[in-house]
Design a protein around this ligand. Sequence first.
Ligand code: PLP
Length: 437
Amino acid sequence: MQSYKRRQQNIVDRIDSEEPLAKWNDWKWQLRHSVNDIDTFETLLDIKFEAEEREALLKTLEKFPLSITPYYLSLIEAEDFRNDPIFMQSFPSPQELIVSCDEMADPLSEDHDSPVPGITHRYPDRVLFHISNVCSMYCRHCTRKRKVGDVESIPQKDEVLQGIEYIANNPQVRDVLLSGGDPLMLSDEYLDWILSELRAIPHVEVIRIGSRMPVVLPYRITDNLVNVLKKHHPVWLNTHFNHPREVTASSKQALKKLADAGIPLGNQTVLLAGVNDCYRILKKLFHKLVENRVRPYYLYQCDLSEGLTHFRTSVGKGIEIMENLIGHTSGFAIPSYVIDAPGGGGKIPVMPNYLISWSTNKVILRNYEGVITSYKEPDSYEAIYCDRKCDDCALQLKLDEAREFRYVGIAKLLSDFDDALSLVPEDTERMERRNIA
Ligand SMILES: *Cc1c(COP(=O)(O)O)cnc(C)c1O
């Protein structure tokens, strides 16, 4: 097996023997030399596809384009590239053209919950703000595959301004999640401008950036970028590591710069068949992440996006993985396992059951080892009746610090002050009869 340095040198030699290796760490050089076609991929990795497979690959590229940074490509181990987690995440598979009947172009209905272009407003207090639709590497498992490489939908400045205006006009938005594409594809100056505009909105408390740069192009995390980001604190950043092999010296360096700038780091992993659907791999990944001050945030069940069938696992696999993590390792190394509900229901957490039974004063629980235990509830607990008149309440919440939201869902059923008894689907025959009567 070749060392990483050796592979890197080979790749640079094959790209352009005139260029010095020193350029490798220049993110713009990496972008200029991104691999977008099969020929170059074959040359750089020194492999060859059979004619039939080539043809299928070319067809796949017509629908879903290819882009890999030389850096990310250099992490592929050519000797067994077909099983390589880096290869599988970045190189097309003809299986992407198989669309099963449950799959959709926009499974999360992001385009439906979009009041203005670029904004997805799904939850009461936070929005997703698409400020870029390009990436340095096109993940094959991208949930927004429908938009990848679609030059038409690159948000223009006036569109970004509309998004900023929407946020400014909606005081309930306290958390803005910059996404894309990869927001860090934008220049430092442009990001500085967007961040300044958002910071000028008094009700925006936190700004989050979702970026895969620390994984696929860690050299993007420059001192200058970090200085721009930290001017606008609190800024959080969520990245997207899927496999321990992605945690390299370069990516560690990028994470260190971000963490040293006081940016809290999180990670969103997608559970992918053949890549990381193994608790030993994921445990290793999560350990490496916390070692580098990155908190595993979400483990996603793979979405129902078109072309992802071959990446999807059963939900049972995810629950089995959570069973093997909870209790077995540090709590902060364990993400929440979520299914992003098709149709725009948002993220729904799923996990093994720990609550086995319950009586009027005892809860029966089981732990990760199989110990079954009981927790005796207090005999004397008197809950404070909540009529939402917080001014008269003994609990100290200054009302001017509390934001008001409409109560919804199970929380509404649980509340003392709302007289809703049930949540009832509207489209039943019984309801229709009632409406007629
Ligand atoms: C994931 C997501 C968010 C953020 O959700 P958190 O659970 O707060 O991380 C916000 N808006 C949309 C549309 C999302 O998909």
